[in-house]
Design a protein around this ligand. Structure first.
Ligand SMILES: [Mn+2]
Length: 442
């Protein structure tokens, strides 16, 4: 399943060409993600910054790049030179030659020598009127960049210009990353398949008396064994009332036969992640109340998925979820009143406090604007966009729901690709119908 170069050098080159065309007149400086220390001299597992990886394909820390649209050699990559001792401890490094030959850098320079980097930034800045640089990620880097701007300004002397507009490159890159190419869709589909398989296996594997972390471990095993690089985000394995904690991460409760379990987990494949949520009974069957709530959420989820096509907006999809769930809350005797007034007063909020979906791609909450022109104008869906549809209902112990519903939390989440004519559910391989789930559990 694991192909060697899912995103080709050619495609990455195309991305850089597009990026350069969007930042004309400016210059962009991007830094690699830092290698975070876990404790003492032990590091956290490294994952490259998504934007940096999107453009460069480089997975090493201590690197940076400059994009200068006005230069004949617009792509400069700063990498650590190969070091025999370091390679002995940490493995093969790409080095300067590798940066040119394997990643297509026009120029490769050593990131070890900070003067080299400083001079390159100052030179590029003198020709530019804008700097594309993300402020606020690393205060030390911010300081350095401001210092370099000041030095470049000094060099401009009495030309009348010295101030640069600072733009966040995430805005341009977010727009580029929002519309997926066919190879990106392939990566997302592989991530979805691996994740779907793992969720289905978890449905078979789960037994009363198990701890949530046993399922968490089983999911991770399935992901890695199928070739996923890592998790797309921390797995949520929430049984019983834990399902009402939206970002529950402890995963340490012992599950009983009476529980419903909510699993929200996604595998990352080649820097693209899936995001699936399923709920199923720890015993063989749903209790009548669990089934009722589950069917309500499933109804909303299926109707929302059916709406997905070019021209629709996430806001419309969310509004529909709210409408269906409010109706269902009335049916479940949680809310009383006219649907319109309950929606207007947001009476559903304690039970449905989150949105219905988000962009999905290299990041689980992917970049990309949600609006067109103004914030209030929700963006129209277009072919190539990928997002989640994930309505839910949560009846925490402290909620005002009828006693028999308390402790039930349900969310059902699929990953949707917008196609020219409609949509495709990338995660349709995981069962979500009550009968399918009960037959897997039985
Ligand atoms: Mn999600």
């Amino acid at each position: 399943m694991k192909s060697k170069e899912p995103i080709s050098l050619k495609e990455r080159h195309q991305r850089r060409t597009t990026f350069l065309s969007h930042i004309k007149g400016g210059v962009a400086v991007l830094f690699s993600a830092p290698h975070l220390i876990r404790n003492n001299d032990v590091h956290h597992a490294y994952r490259q910054d998504s934007n940096f990886f999107y453009l460069t394909g480089l997975e090493e820390p201590e690197s940076a790049c400059i994009f200068d649209p006005q230069s004949k050699k617009p792509f400069t990559l700063f990498v650590e030179p190969r070091d025999k001792v370091k390679e002995l401890w940490e493995g093969r490094m790409l080095g300067l030659e590798g940066a040119r030959e394997k990643l297509g850098a026009d120029t490769a320079l050593s990131s070890k020598d900070s003067n080299v980097f400083d001079e390159a930034v100052i030179e590029a800045l003198q020709k530019a009127d804008r700097l594309y640089y993300r402020v606020g990620v690393n205060p030390l880097q911010d300081q350095r960049m401001f210092f370099l701007m000041a030095r470049a300004a000094k060099k401009l002397g009495r030309t009348g210009r010295s101030l640069w507009t600072i733009c966040d490159p995430s805005e341009v890159l977010g727009e580029m990353r929002l519309i997926k190419t066919s190879s990106e869709i392939t990566c997302l589909q592989v991530a979805a398949n691996i994740t779907a398989q793992a969720h289905t296996e978890a449905m078979r594997y789960c037994k009363p008396g198990m701890y949530e972390f046993e399922l968490e471990a089983a999911l991770f095993h399935s992901f890695r064994a199928a070739g996923a690089g890592r998790l797309g985000y921390g797995s949520i394995v929430a049984s019983g009332e834990n399902a009402c904690v939206l970002h529950y991460v402890n995963n340490d409760r012992k599950m009983t036969e009476k529980d419903l379990i909510l699993i929200d987990a996604g595998a990352e494949f080649e820097y693209y992640t899936a995001d699936i949520t399923r709920c199923f009974p720890v015993g063989n069957r749903f209790s009548p109340e669990q089934r009722e709530v589950y069917q309500s959420v499933l109804l909303a989820q299926k109707e929302c998925v059916a709406m997905a096509r070019p021209g629709r907006t996430l806001k419309e999809i969310h509004s529909h979820a709210v409408e269906v769930l409010t109706e269902e809350l009335k049916r479940l005797k949680v809310l009383k009143g006219t649907t319109a007034s309950l929606i207007k007063s947001e009476a559903y909020r304690p039970y449905y406090p989150h949105g219905t979906g988000h962009w999905l791609g290299m990041d689980v909450h992917d970049l990309g604007r949600y609006y067109e022109e103004t914030y209030s104008n929700s963006r129209k869906l277009k072919a190539g966009m990928v997002f989640t549809i994930e309505p839910g209902l949560y009846f925490g112990a402290d909620s005002k729901a009828p006693a028999k519903l308390k402790g039930i939390g349900v969310r059902i989440e699929d990953d949707i690709l917008i196609t020219e004519k409609g949509h495709q559910v990338l995660t349709s391989a995981v069962p979500k119908e009550v009968e399918e789930i009960e037959s897997l559990r039985g």
